[in-house]
Design a protein around this ligand. Sequence first.
Ligand code: PGA
Length: 250
Amino acid sequence: MRRKLVVGNWKMHGSLAQNKQLLDALIRKLEPLTQADFAVCVPYPYLFQTQAALQNTRIGWGAQNIAKHQVGAYTGEVSATMLKDFGSQYVIVGHSERSTAYCESDANIAAKFASAQCSGITPVLCVGETLHERESGLRERVIAAQLDAILDIVGAKAFATAVVSYEPVWAIGTGFSASPDQAQSAHAFIRQRIALLDESAAESVRILYGGSVNPSNASQLFVMPDIDGGLVGRCSLNANDFEAICRAAC
Ligand code: PGA
């Protein structure tokens, strides 16, 4: 039985003062909830603050991107071992806001996935189609290509301890979530694709849904058999909304 997981993606939001309020509230609200796992992925400068606040709690934390290299002359990059120094347990890789804006290749994303796992950090791999791809009937072909690019490099076994997040690009930050049935069919497709190579990895990989998850749609999404939780952007910045979404996973 897979435990549900809800991950907040703070994106480029926050300040020391705002984070303190949000983290204090999350500790109060989420600590009593023991039936699912929760984490926040924060901007790099706030990892220290987040670690200090959350280290003796059940709430995990991590970052939103990682370098594909372990060390070296890579100006502006942050390595897996650096994230580990701040206790990070999770890192998002391949989020569409990065892969589009910075033209990130599948090979790069695969290298980041591997680099995170090498340091004992769980990668949260984002896949998903654009509106145009969906309307052209290409959803499954696009997701398969994104997944296969990573599977080819890291192997299916690596997915047993990883997290995949299905994030239809048209649902991110738009207020238009995928319906539970739409999301379920994409999640089942992702799991089957991994099962073709490794059934036990497919059984254990947690597949989150991301894209306009909110307190009103979370429980209908999370009740679907292949939806193992959510990757939450906007609503992770509000403690009451995030709590309601986390409760829907319990
Ligand atoms: P959203 O973002 O919840 O604001 O749509 C989700 C994401 O980008 O991970």
